[in-house]
Design a protein around this ligand. Structure first.
Ligand SMILES: *Cc1c(COP(=O)(O)O)cnc(C)c1O
Length: 246
């Protein structure tokens, strides 16, 4: 077992334990391994240890890594699921549409429309989460909570996108209880939006099942508050020399 394989096992155990403590089914939380700043070999190690979904923040880095792992002589089989979790400028939507399976950071209709237009008819729909600025951090990306439902309605109607849920990156909090308090706000909003979609666009609500929240430092609190997908980087791959872009 490689170092990354061992770390992955530890993170899976953290997730399992948090689910048990919270009275949840451990199968109800997915692990997204955030491989930003780490090379293709790190992804291979994690894949060899059973990890199938990877998150990338920096578009060009992600696209290069996906290419390196898709091409001969040693394509990664089966192909991992690639999640874009970083900000996307409107002139970069083509890269997301062409190479990624998921986008977690959608927060503008214009970007959504471009992605839907650029997604190939031969590809599966791009799976998207709307990013919410749940704690009102001043210079953060993400929608204000009251702007989420209007964008969800519009995105739900685009042909080549599939609206899967919400994503948040709360400001770091000092302890479990304050982490959980913020995550619970995101969960409440998630349930509200889901209920509204259920009433208005039931076909769209059927896929609205993902609350992407929790990272290395707060995954337990996020799971207690109802997260269905935790995005974990440093606990699996080690510390990064490049600071994370939120
Ligand atoms: C870097 C990053 C993560 C992972 O952070 P860790 O603290 O290393 O687990 C998760 N989500 C986003 C959006 C990130 O940028």
């Amino acid at each position: 077992m490689t170092m990354i394989g061992n770390k992955l096992q530890e993170v899976r155990e953290r997730i399992r334990q948090a689910c048990l403590d919270a009275g949840r089914d451990p199968e109800s939380v997915r692990l997204l391994a955030v491989s930003k700043t780490f090379g293709p070999e790190a992804v291979r190690d994690a894949a060899a240890a059973g990890q199938s979904a990877f998150g990338e923040n920096y578009l060009q880095e992600g696209v290069d890594k996906i290419a390196a792992l898709s091409a001969p002589p040693e394509p990664l089989v089966p192909r991992p699921e690639w999640h874009c979790i970083g900000p996307v400028q409107s002139n970069k939507t083509k890269l997301v549409a062409a190479h990624f399976d998921w986008l977690h950071t959608l927060d503008r209709l214009k970007i959504a429309q471009r992605l839907s237009e650029q997604r190939g008819a031969d590809q599966a729909p791009l799976q998207v989460c709307l990013q919410v600025n749940i704690d009102g951090g001043a210079n953060k990306s993400g929608l204000a909570p009251e702007a989420v439902l209007p964008l969800a309605r519009a995105v739900g109607a685009l042909p080549h996108l599939r609206l899967r849920g919400l994503m948040t990156i709360p400001e770091p909090q000092p302890d479990f209880e304050s982490q959980k308090r913020v995550h619970l706000q995101a969960h409440a909003l998630f349930e509200q939006v889901r209920a509204a979609l259920q009433a208005e666009q039931p076909a769209c609500a059927a896929h609205f099942d993902t609350l992407s929240m929790g990272m290395t430092g707060d995954l337990e609190a996020a799971i207690h508050a109802g997260s269905t997908m935790v995005r974990v980087g440093s606990a699996i791959f080690g510390g990064r020399s490049v600071p994370p872009a939120a």
